[in-house]
Write a protein that binds this ligand. Sequence first.
Ligand code: BGC
Length: 740
Amino acid sequence: MNKKLFIPLVAATALAACQPTTETAEDRFIDQLLSQMTLEEKIGQMNQLNFDQPLDTVKAQVRRGEIGSMLNIPVDIINEVQRTAMEESRLGIPLIIGRDVIHGYKTVFPIPLGQAASFNPQVVEDGGRVAAIEATSQGMRWTFAPMLDVSRDARWGRIAESLGEDPYLAAELGAAMVRGFQGDSLNDPTSMAACAKHFVGYGASEGGRDYNSTQIPLRSLRNVYLPPFQRAIETGAATVMTSFNDNDGVPSSCNDFLLRTVLRDEWRFDGFVVSDWNSMGEMMAHGVAADRKDVARLSANAGLDMEMVSYTYMDYLPELVAEGAVPMEHIDQAVRNILRIKYRLGLFDNPYIDTDKPSPLYAEEHLQKARTAATQSAILLKNDGVLPLKTSQTVAIIGPMADAPHDQLGTWSFDGEQSHTVTPLKALQTEYKQVKYHYEPGLRYSRDTNTDRFQAVKRAVRQSDVAVVFVGEEAILSGEAHSLSNINLIGKQSDLLQAVKSVGKPVVMVVMAGRPLTIERDLPYADAVLYSFHPGTMGGPAILDLLFGRENPSGKLPVTFVREVGQIPMYYNHHNTGRPAQDWFTPIDQIPLNAQQTSLGNTSFYLDSGRDPLFPFGYGLSYTRFEYANLRLSDTVASPTGVITATATIKNVGTTDGTEVVQLYVRDLVGSIARPVRELKGFQRVHLKAGESKAVTFTLPVQDLAFYGKDLVKKVEPGKFHLWIAPNSAEGLQSEFRVK
Ligand code: BGC
């Protein structure tokens, strides 16, 4: 068999040297290859297989050039299957091997929502880098991350995988994750192609039910949901995944406006687009495709390059092309996009895993980075003086999450191993040996309703100086297809907390969960609350360092915490409305009998839960206190091309060193459309020694105030703006400026 019909890269490059042209070596390589491919081989590149068939069957397909990519292939056969592609298929085109490496491969970092709480792009970039180093060592050169779905609904299980509710934060941290996965160059063998997903709007699924429809008008799509994706593309994300949802009736996998107009024409994306798992096939269930042939036609014409697992391209594109229902240019374009990324990854030259290299899995440096991430991701929500604990105190360790090595890893940790997880209990036994403790979980897992051990719990608390109650959610209760309509602490965990409190000792509640739970009813029973979105492999030592004051909490909420599930959606960057709620309301039990209809004020609030969330976006405490003073702006008037510089003095007025996430917000007071009451435009982590103060400066290009207004054109609209430098989205120092 003639294995290499196409002119190899070196030859192509040499050829280029004598032909002055703007074409790059990459273009020429792809053109050469494409010109030798049959239609069937081209369609093969557009086909992604889930490894769920016997090896011989898979290899036969690879040999025939019917597969461009695989996911979920066991690592020990990656080289073997790749060798089949390289040496036994007619053109020797390498496979691109993908996997969901979402927040770590073996060394598991906090879930993305937790990483977002660090407000630290470096921590997020490190997470991506560690994941890429570990996963590429096993042959995976493509990850299905970052997930950039803005989500305002904690019922949705996949909020765990998101970077929170704010488009700016998600864009900044998503870009950091792309940098981490892809490294300095895709060509480096430790680089993984990133995949910006799920394009787009998936986080707004109705009622938080996974896979559900979304109703996002074009302006909100442009102003809220698309920006993190645009940022990822600008950062160089190699691939994009379409989402499951239909938005206003149009499933993403056949949305040519998204895939061609926005992605290609506006953003100049030159990587490839993959469908989500059977999201193409599901267009029949959506009711927009009559049969599998229709599916292939709709997606290919919309600009979807690679089909994940549903095989309609393989089965129907040949005849659709023959009938003229799918133009050949669409096929060529898709294949070019796929080959381009394979070329950039260096797969044509280095397709195999080097099995002689020392394993980087669980490298000490990786574990340290995961520990730092978990430390910076935890948010102190309440502290009546009980924290930090002293190592001389005897501690009762209570609750089902104190020693839950699997659950602490969180959702989407396919490859993480619980045998490597360091739980809080394990960290206590290994790193805090001097601390005396009594361990009594009380409940075996988060959903457990058996309270038989509560007496034993109380005994343990009585014998201790302080109780730390580890509650939360098992990993399986968040993530894909794991939505909830009730997001209180599940099982008997609230009862457990109350039983502990009844003993009369100080109580610390540590929550490990995949979403912001509704914990208002639990707050009276806890003197301090530390919230740690599933913190990963090194969560245990990180949490103990925070509890014992070796580290000072610095995380801030990347998402609003509601009081009641019925408040959802509630998010900080909402519109003011025509009747904004007041900062007072009459509690429902104090409404007089026979009250007049308008006696409560005709504004936008709930009779039973008021106007405000439990904790606002950006909120988080520290063991010290920071004072904000002396906000000053460089100018009070700026041109649309100018820059505003805002400075405030932040002082650590406590006796402990600490780090504050200082936040910059703006409000556009009058626009052609209603504008958010606040929008995050910057943040900085600032370390301050006890007593120290620093001038913290933000530089705000006025162009960052541009938005899609009434005419759907992105621009800065002149007028007055408010600006805050703030510790969270509900407080801060305020000033104002005007754009001419
Ligand atoms: C998920 C994607 C994931 C894919 C591959 C789908 O069910 O929605 O996020 O990347 O499966 O595992």
